[in-house]
Write a protein that binds this ligand. Sequence first.
Ligand SMILES: [Zn+2]
Length: 405
Amino acid sequence: MFILEYQLRGKESQFRAIDESIKTVQFVRNKCLRYWEDQKGIGQKDIYKYVTALRKEFSFVKDLNSTACQQACERTWTAILKFYTNCKKQIPGKKGYPKYSKRTRSVEFKKSGWKLNRNTKRITFTDGKNIGELKLIGSRDLFYFQQWQIQRVRIIRRVNNYFVQLILKLDPRDITPQLEPTKQCVAIDVGLKYFYADSNGETVECPKYYRKSEKRLNKLNRRKSKKFKKGQKQSKNYIKARKKYAKRHLKISRQREEFAKEKALRLIQSNDLVAYEDLKVKNLVRNKKLAKSINDVAWSLLRKWIEYFGLKYGRLTIAVPPHYTTSDCPSCGKRVKKSLSTRTHICDCGIPVLDRDYAGSLNILKKATSGHGGSWSDEILDLNAWGDSTSILIGSNTCQSKSDR
Ligand SMILES: [Zn+2]
């Protein structure tokens, strides 16, 4: 799936109509959840029927495009299913009981309810909410895909602007020039001290602005909380403070995204294979000491972009199980236990003293390459052997089915 995003330009009344649509989406979602809670043991079909009934009962629900209604209901159903699966798997801790949404920010259409004019770069929403025609602001050309490839159209409200996302079904390799093989492999280890250390012995520092903007963010958050009045109507100053905080938040998340994107692209461009640990961010955060130093958000972003660019440019990306990658010796394989404060890897097999994260990345590379007979080079060059997806999760079913093929 590809997502193209454009800012929307239109009249104030049109944005109010968008707000109204988003409100309706929230109404449908919460109604569906309540229905599920009241009627124990209902299935997806029952919930669909319920939405049809809602459309008959409330005219403002009927005004919203039917696919958008359906989408709202599907969102709730996905949340319910996720909760069921978590219960079945008996995962420890919270099971993610579906919540009522208070701040829905988007409305999603499927194949109807909108019309795109690619010549004038305008989109028209045609349902009963009367959003009308809006101009798309953005540099991305609308002509490099076919209209039928648009699977979904999503309107999102963010702090003070409205955006539209076109969700396309494309084979990324159709539109991206393939890169020449580099015959290089790399593994990265998310560090405590660094953003990551790679198996070539290089490290990437955490960007300094993280700390700086974090401080500023906390300050804005405190300012916001001071103005909050429990159980009363909020003052103008509170709303102002909340907006400021939200704006800063958006800025930081964009900075993070840019940073991760840039690093991921560089890794993919200069290597045929990128290996990393299959870390569960949840496990990391549970360790409070670690959570502060590992920028878990940044790491999951980096992984997301590595996998994205890997697919886009036809490179292999491999997630290896994270067990013992920091303790094992990359040379002899002996388990050398380390505390969190131990910064180096020392082993009596004669391997020189290594930085802990560097040793970790060597182990990750070893795990990524040894599971497949030790020789990657031919397979790397023959990417077609891997089918559609070049993202591989070692030790999982995906990997099994790939090697069985
Ligand atoms: Zn050793």
